[in-house]
Design a protein around this ligand. Structure first.
Ligand code: NI
Length: 172
């Protein structure tokens, strides 16, 4: 396994639509494992392939608390096939938008259909943090960041902060 480097916003690669995976083969499985290692190494709970510069519809999620044993999900071509009418607001962050958090409103429960790491089609009904995280990661596959759910005023403030951080990092 290997740690991959994570892209930080603003980055044009984070705004692109990712392509479906034809089948989950050894190469895709390796990428899923590398993404999980990268995510855990960054203390994240979810990561989408475009965040590591790979435009494929692949996400990994693990919302287990640090004291719990890992509960990793590996999903290719994830698709929301049902979402609840009731929505909840919750704070979100993103490994591509370091140290930025905001409240995002999303359906509280979803059913997601996906290919697992053995190329088997599966469905998962998720609620709570897992549902929120899966929706956030699937958004990445369509070039959507959590700040895109905010007002343009709030989004502008966060993106300007990130652009400034990036310039400072570049000059160090
Ligand atoms: Ni994210």
């Amino acid at each position: 396994m290997a740690r991959l480097s994570i892209l930080f916003a603003p980055d044009v690669q984070l705004k692109r639509r990712a392509l479906p995976v034809e089948q989950v083969d050894g190469e895709v499985r390796r990428l899923m494992d590398d993404m999980l290692e990268t995510m855990h190494g960054a203390n994240g709970i979810g990561l989408a392939a475009p965040q590591v510069g790979v435009l494929k519809r692949i996400i990994v999620v693990d919302v287990a608390r640090p004291e719990e044993s890992p509960q990793p999900w590996r999903m290719a071509n994830p698709e929301i096939v049902w979402s609840s009418d009731d929505a909840v607001a919750g704070e979100e962050g993103c490994l591509s938008l370091p140290e930025q958090y905001a409240e995002v409103v999303r359906p509280s429960r979803v059913c997601v259909r996906y290919l697992d790491h053995q190329n088997e089609m599966r469905e998962l009904e998720a609620s709570g943090l897992l549902a929120k995280c899966i929706q956030h990661e699937i958004d990445h596959l369509d070039g959507v960041l959590f700040v895109d759910h905010l007002t343009s005023l709030k989004r502008g403030i966060i993106l300007r902060k990130l652009a400034k951080q990036k310039r400072q990092m570049a000059t160090v």
